[in-house]
Design a protein around this ligand. Structure first.
Ligand code: HEC
Length: 245
């Protein structure tokens, strides 16, 4: 393998290691997540168990794994994250009965283990911030007429939609949401709420791929190793050609 080949391999590896963005573009707001931010993950985990696990599970995640990855002691996990009489070895399952949930919401709240992969972080971040109140109840800019109520309204406050009318391709008059404005303040300022939703999104991204924490750490070593190899190959190359030129 020549020096040039090594360079190409290096670039390829670098591209594979740099995590491709999961966002799906469109009108979504960009969630600038960083799964290596342990403090953000801890805050996100706390929000998740307090506000989401009443209905949703993350069935592939154990509390113990969370403790290890987030740098929490077992006592901290038991005190802050495990509701009721669960144990560290348990999977993070909701206490809600699936058929009750179906009666109440019309659908069973989906397991959220892989949602950050299927929907993307930008989608989740926009969804959590996109609730607004109409005369018919809650709606959402990202998921129209969601079966999920706005469970964080006391934190965010109540948003209303600013709409405009337009004529569609078939000549029909329709309305669309242009922006959302805060009608009634919540316990958090809009800025703090956005930050909290970023933490929650970060947590969901981590849950969808816990191994990313280790893999990326390994990736750095792979790069360093390849860098060293490239350097040695280069020296060898110079050595070989020294007498020829
Ligand atoms: C009161 C029960 C309930 C609570 C609490 C709840 N959800 Fe939901 N959630 C639902 C239901 C029901 C759906 C299905 C919505 C639909 O399909 O219209 C849903 C859907 C979702 C989805 C969309 C999944 C997908 O791919 O379609 C996400 C993301 C989500 N919830 C995140 C959260 C987060 C984060 C929290 C905590 C802040 C939370 N939920 C709290 C009931 C709940």
């Amino acid at each position: 393998m020549s020096y040039r080949h090594f360079q190409i391999v290096l670039v390829l590896i670098a591209m594979a290691v740099a995590n491709p963005a999961t966002g799906k573009g469109g009108d979504l707001d960009h969630a600038n997540t960083n799964v290596h931010d342990k403090a953000a993950l801890q805050r996100g985990a706390s929000l998740f168990v307090n506000y989401c696990m009443g209905c949703h599970s993350v069935q592939f995640m154990r509390y113990q794994r969370l403790a290890d990855d987030l740098g929490l002691t077992e006592e901290q996990v038991e005190e802050f994250l495990i509701m009721g009489d669960g144990e560290a070895g348990d999977y993070m399952l909701t206490a809600m009965d699936a058929s009750d949930a179906e009666d109440w919401f019309g659908v069973t709240p989906p397991d959220l283990s892989l949602t950050a992969r299927s929907r993307g972080s930008d989608w989740i971040y926009s969804f959590l911030r996109g609730y607004y109140l109409t005369d018919d109840g809650w709606n959402n800019t990202v998921l129209e007429n969601p079966a999920m109520p706005h469970v964080l309204w006391d934190l965010q406050g109540i948003q209303r939609a600013v709409t405009e009318t337009y004529t569609d391709d078939e000549g029909q008059e329709r309305t669309r949401v242009v922006s959302l404005e805060l009608d009634q303040e919540g316990r958090m300022s809009p800025r703090d709420f956005d930050k909290a939703m970023l933490d929650l999104t970060t947590f969901m991204e981590y849950v969808a791929e816990p191994a990313a924490l280790q893999r990326e750490r390994l990736g750095i070593w792979v790069l360093l190793f390849l860098g060293l190899l490239t350097f040695l190959a280069y020296l060898l190359y110079k050595e070989y050609w020294k007498d020829v030129k």
